[in-house]
Design a binder for this molecule. Structure first.
Ligand code: NDP
Length: 337
């Protein structure tokens, strides 16, 4: 039994020393329990928040505790009446290859799901985030211009594709030419710009010649600075994430742009709303799950996953996620099914 714990809290970007791989005996199920064998572990930007003890919407991971995370597991041993050996479940058992569960919170995925890992991405938490944030807060209408960054990640890619289904003109923002090409050629975005380009702000102004009606906020920082002057009257901004700031140790250097932001919100009547997906929309999961399953099976929504083999690779892969080294939904393949 292997597990990765939080060894120390990072200051700035996490490094390998903040994690520790531990080994112990394989756990054994007692009455009423199942033994879960992790096949896939999801790595997500929110985990950076859990590594920190700064105040947040969720409790931090304690130092020396296992890193949290969504997993797709198979039941290896069952002493629970509702679960059979071999069944697949979506769980939240964290960075480890085995875990015990009393069944609570497990979502059954069946005996032979076609693509079990999708439950960690487009058919799970990130897809749900894209769906509710865009449709409920973004309120997309045909002909509007939608801008989304982290455009090839599981949230951004899904936001842009739903935007296209709703008739929007979709402008993606991503790190590098390869990701931008993918956003246009595979995901069907109208444009995709590299935020690392010297003249990124000018490029964005040029492609958003009708202004921006919806900015789905995934990253913050320089991307938001470039978006702000382009917002149209009555624009909507679902504030989903600020990944460019997750490793920051202090506020960015001036000038202070808050008065400009407040003035824009007032004069342009901007609606900006943050959301935490399961806290705010948990009751609408089924609606999402049904519609997204249809879209994916009909080929209306494409999904790219990056599988990294081996639990011991999770720290490096996670560190890379916060720097844009991933290409698609980052998943650790912990074991063979
Ligand atoms: P991604 O797989 O898209 O990974 C994060 C991406 O952010 C990187 O690949 C990188 O893409 C981009 N990025 C990193 N640093 C910067 C930077 N300085 N400037 C611009 N882009 C940067 O992640 P997800 O799709 O899983 O998550 C996207 C966002 O959604 C995150 O902010 C996450 O925290 C948030 N989220 C919020 C939820 C909620 O309930 N509110 C739930 C789930 C996710 P690139 O190389 O293209 O720049």
């Amino acid at each position: 039994h292997q597990r990765i714990v939080l060894a120390s809290r990072p200051s700035g970007a996490p490094n390998a020393e903040n994690f520790r791989l531990e080994s112990s005996n394989k756990p054994v199920a007692s009455d009423g329990q199942v033994l879960l064998r992790t096949i896939y572990l999801s790595l997500d930007p929110y985990m950076r928040g859990r590594m920190s003890d700064a105040e947040s919407y969720a409790e931090p991971v304690a130092v020396n505790d296992i890193m949290v995370g969504g997993t797709v597991c198979q039941v290896e041993e069952s002493r629970h009446p509702d679960f059979e050996v071999g069944e697949w479940v979506l769980a939240y058992t964290g960075w480890q290859n085995y875990a015990l569960s009393d069944g609570e919170g497990l979502l059954k995925l069946g005996k032979a799901p076609a693509a079990p890992s999708y439950a960690l991405g487009v058919l799970g938490m990130p897809g749900f985030t894209a769906y509710m944030g865009l449709l409920d807060i973004g309120q997309p209408k045909a002909g509007e211009t939608l801008v989304v960054a982290a455009a090839t990640g599981p949230v951004g890619a899904t936001v842009g594709q739903i935007g296209k289904l709703k008739g929007c003109r979709v402008i993606g923002i991503a790190g590098g030419a390869e990701k931008c090409r993918h956003a246009k050629e595979v995901l069907g975005f109208d444009e995709c710009l590299d935020h690392k380009a010297e003249d990124f702000a000018e490029q964005l102004a040029r492609v958003c010649d009708q202004g921006i009606d919806i900015y789905f906020e995934n990253v913050g920082g320089k991307v938001f600075d470039a978006v702000l002057p382009l917002l149209n009257t009555s624009a909507r901004i679902p504030v989903c994430g600020l990944v460019s700031q997750y490793n920051a140790t202090e506020l960015p250097a001036g000038p202070d742009r808050l008065p400009l932001l407040m003035n824009t919100i007032l004069v342009k009547r901007i609606k900006m709303q943050g959301f935490i997906i399961f806290d705010d929309y948990g009751h609408r999961y089924e609606e999402f799950a049904n519609e997204m399953a249809d879209w994916v099976s009909q080929g209306k929504i494409q999904y790219k996953e990056q599988l990294v083999e081996g639990l011991e690779q999770a720290p490096q892969a996670f560190i890379g996620l916060l720097e844009g080294k991933n290409f698609g939904k980052l998943v650790i393949k912990v074991a063979e099914p």
